[in-house]
Design a protein around this ligand. Structure first.
Ligand SMILES: C[S@@+](CC[C@H](N)C(=O)[O-])C[C@H]1O[C@@H](n2cnc3c(N)ncnc32)[C@H](O)[C@@H]1O
Length: 208
């Protein structure tokens, strides 16, 4: 197997795909934003329990959400911290976005019960598709670092017990539902990804 070089993987919130999305102001119409639920001028409080490269978290923070990112891999956490520093140094809207992001190092299963979040986003390493499917180099590199997230069912269970409003599970469009958990309240369907939304609050009037 190809050996991972740290320099192969960069968290870049300024250039690349994230920077493009940021500049193009695609905003709240995106599937992720709909799944998390923005309403009026209230900023959702989100815990991104599987921070990874921080792309989802950065998008949500750029739309006004306050996002706590949790990452357990030391390598990924270090890459994220560097990426956030660079975005902060960029100033302007980038720095404003970073100011709404808090990065934690640790296991979300242990941290979520202490944080009692409103909304939890979970995007575990997805089961590999068939062998011929082209998997992006970036995803292969992340898998080399973090492995397969075999405990994602446990993470979902902890999230469902502790989220005050909703849990959003990002999942491959055509994959079977994650076994062992209840049916989602609804789904937001994207091009290659879907968001399974589990509403946990009794009073849901304040979220879209
Ligand atoms: C597919 S990546 C997430 C990508 C991310 N949504 C993004 O936008 O870049 C999954 C990440 O979640 C992390 N992770 C998985 N389970 C975790 C847990 N229980 N606690 C903290 N981090 C976890 C993995 O180490 C990996 O970096």
């Amino acid at each position: 197997m190809q050996k991972f070089e740290k320099s192969d993987l960069v968290v870049d919130f300024v250039g690349g795909a994230v920077g493009h999305r940021f500049r193009s102001n695609e905003g709240r119409k995106q599937g992720l934003a709909k799944a998390v639920g923005f309403s009026g001028n209230t900023a959702p409080e989100v815990v991104d329990a599987t921070a990874g490269l921080g792309r989802d978290a950065f998008l949500l923070a750029s739309l006004g959400a306050n996002v706590t990112l949790i990452e357990r891999s030391e390598t990924m956490h270090a890459l994220l911290a560097e990426g956030l520093k660079r975005a902060e140094a960029e100033g302007g809207r980038h720095a404003e976005t970073v100011a709404r992001m808090t990065l934690l190092h640790g296991d979300s299963c242990a941290l979520i019960p202490q944080l009692k979040p409103q909304i939890i986003l979970i995007d575990p390493m997805h089961p590999p598709r068939d062998k011929t499917a082209l998997v992006k180099k970036e995803m292969r590199l992340i898998r080399e670092i973090v492995g397969d997230d075999p405990d994602s069912l446990q993470l979902m269970q902890v999230a469902l017990e502790n989220a005050q409003k909703r849990v959003v599970l990002k999942w491959p469009l055509r994959a079977d539902p994650m076994p062992g958990i209840r049916k989602p309240s609804h789904q937001i369907i994207g091009k290659s990804t879907r968001y399974d939304v589990f509403v946990t609050a009794k009073a849901t009037g304040d979220l879209a």
